[in-house]
Structures are given as C-alpha cells and as structure tokens.
Write a protein that binds this ligand. Structure first.
Ligand SMILES: *[C@@H]1O[C@H](CO)[C@@H](O)[C@H](O)[C@H]1NC(C)=O
Ligand SMILES: *[C@@H]1O[C@H](CO)[C@@H](O)[C@H](O)[C@H]1NC(C)=O
Ligand SMILES: *[C@@H]1O[C@H](CO)[C@@H](O)[C@H](O)[C@H]1NC(C)=O
Length: 276
C-alpha cells in the first residue's frame, strides 16, 4: 500500500513537469483523472494504472461526456442519485472464462440525447426514436458559448448572445458548470435551463438545430414540459443534455455526438467530443 502511494505521488508530481502535454493538465477539476498519462515499466512490482483522459491529442480533442458513475445525479431515482447500474454475473474470480457484465440505465442518464418522442407520444408511436436522429445534425461545426450566470435562458438572454444566423450547433455553458452540479450526487432542481420564451426565441430567430447544455435537462425545471415541447415540436432540433464543458475555451469546434441505436427509445446515453 505504501509503495502504491509513493508511486502515485511520483506520478502526480511528474504531471506538473512542463515537458508534459497539455492533455495531462487540462480538466484539473474533473474527479478520477489525476493519474492519467502515468505508466510504469518496472515489471511485476508496478501497479497497473489505467489511463483516464478528459483531453486527447495534445489538447486537440476534448471529451465532453460525463463518466457514468453510481454517485452521479439522476432525474429518475427517488433519492436523486443513479446508484448501482452495473453487475458482473459472469466473473473470472468465480470461474468464468471471461468477465461479462450487464448494465441497466434510465435512457436519460448522464450525457444523453432526447428524441422527439420524449415529450410527444404520437411521435414515439410513429417511431421517432433515437435511431432516427440525424447524424449530420449531431456532427459538425459547433459554437461553445458562455451564458450570463444570473438568469435562466430567456428570450432576452438568447437575444443578448448575438448568435449569428447560419450557426447550426450551439453548446450553452451556464452556472450549472460553475456549480459542478453533475459532480454532486443529488439531483438539483435549481439548475439553469431554457425558459419557454428562450426556447421559442431560439426556434424563431436562429438556425440552431443542435442545442447542448450542461445539466440533465435543456429546460429549466419551472418550464420543464413547455420548453421541451417548443424545441421538439418540429422534430428538427436535437437536444443533448448533461454535457461536460469544464475548462474549455468558448469558441468554434467540431462536435461529434453518437447516440446508441436503441430502437424504440426516446432517449439514449451519448458520447460527445469536441475537436479543435
Ligand atoms: C473481472 O472480474 C473480476 C471479479 O471476478 C473483477 O475484480 C475484475 O475487475 C474484472 N475485470 C474487468 C476487466 O472487468
Ligand atoms: C462469486 O460467487 C459467490 C458465491 O456464489 C458470490 O458470493 C460472490 O459474490 C461471487 N463473486 C463475484 C465477483 O461475482
Ligand atoms: C433558474 O430556474 C430555476 C427554476 O426552474 C431556479 O431554481 C433557479 O434559481 C434559476 N436560476 C437562475 C440563475 O436564475
């Protein structure tokens, strides 16, 4: 145990060396990543330390997906926290030839996408599930913007952002990121999101087709249903929720988001990255 501690200490010290890439020092605030990029080569005595990155390729690729953990907040569980989602029915320790686990998740867990069927029952009946979402909307140039921290996203706020016509994908970073709401293990209804008039303003005055936000819902809790209805009615806008936008400069990136092809599902966990 002592040896392990010593190696981890060495490892974290080496992270501060200037010769190391940006990748190891970015996202200092994201838990679970301190020992990334440390490898040991002295054989049997070295602990195996799996790499866990938030940034790849010398600061070129940002993982904006939250790690799914038992302690992450959840909209759906009665106590507001996800809890156990992974089991290992076939384990090598118990004689299986391989480890093989199963998981069970609400489809709107962590970083996820909503399909039109989420709030429109007739769309779900008609088959507008996550498998029907347009990958061209989910992949392409995107703007990361900071939203004023003192309000929910109203029409006035949307107007003040001055997002040019022609911008098709916007990731809205809000007070939710500053408050580290996705790292708390309790769902918090005071998160920032779109008010109905903000959603309406976006639909009527911009060309935005991908709306990304940094907590579990794009809609503020007080306008939960109405804002979703405004966004999803046309089936042209795709909502990506609970993005991890910590420590990234605002600006233009290429976003890449890929939902699972869950037939019949109105939501899906999604992996999203930004490329500079
Ligand atoms: C394999 O299963 C064992 C338990 O039998 C577990 O401790 C280990 O972490 C598993 N390995 C992987 C790669 O999941
Ligand atoms: C292995 O099997 C034992 C007895 O059936 C059980 O108590 C234990 O939890 C199992 N361990 C794993 C890692 O599945
Ligand atoms: C945003 O709205 C929620 C209710 O939906 C509220 O609790 C919260 O305080 C508001 N946030 C700001 C910054 O006004």
């Amino acid at each position: 145990m002592k040896t392990l501690f010593f190696l981890l200490l060495l490892c974290s010290l080496s992270l501060t060396l200037p010769t190391l890439s940006h990748a190891t020092t970015a996202y200092p605030s994201v838990p679970g990543t301190a020992s990334a990029d440390c490898s040991f080569s002295d054989g049997d005595t070295a602990p195996l330390i799996p790499p866990r990155h938030e940034v790849y390729g010398n600061g070129r690729i940002f993982d904006i997906t939250h790690r799914i953990t038992t302690a992450m907040p959840s909209y759906f569980s009665p106590d507001g926290v996800l809890g156990q989602f992974l089991w290992l029915p076939h384990s090598m320790k118990n004689g299986s030839i391989a480890n093989m686990s199963v998981f069970k998740l609400p489809t709107h867990t962590g970083t996820h996408v909503d399909s039109p069927g989420h709030f429109f029952d007739h769309y779900l009946d008609a088959g507008f599930d996550v498998d029907t979402l347009d990958l061209e909307v989910l992949n392409g140039p995107a703007l990361l913007v900071d939203v004023p921290r003192d309000k929910n996203i109203t029409a006035e706020v949307m107007k003040s952002l001055n997002i040019p016509k022609g911008v098709g994908r916007v990731l809205f970073r809000t007070l939710n990121t500053d408050r580290r709401l996705m790292f708390k293990n309790q769902f918090d209804t005071s998160y920032v999101g779109f008010m109905k008039d903000g959603a309406k303003w976006l639909v009527e005055n911009t060309d935005i087709k991908l709306v990304g936000i940094d907590y579990l819902s794009v809609a503020a809790f007080d306008d939960l249903i109405t804002s979703h209805l405004v966004f999803l009615a046309s089936r042209e806008i795709i909502l990506v929720e609970a993005l991890k936008l910590d420590d990234i400069q605002p600006g233009i990136y290429s976003v890449h988001c890929l939902p699972l092809r869950l037939q019949g599902a109105e939501g899906s966990p999604i992996r999203c990255i930004l490329i500079k």
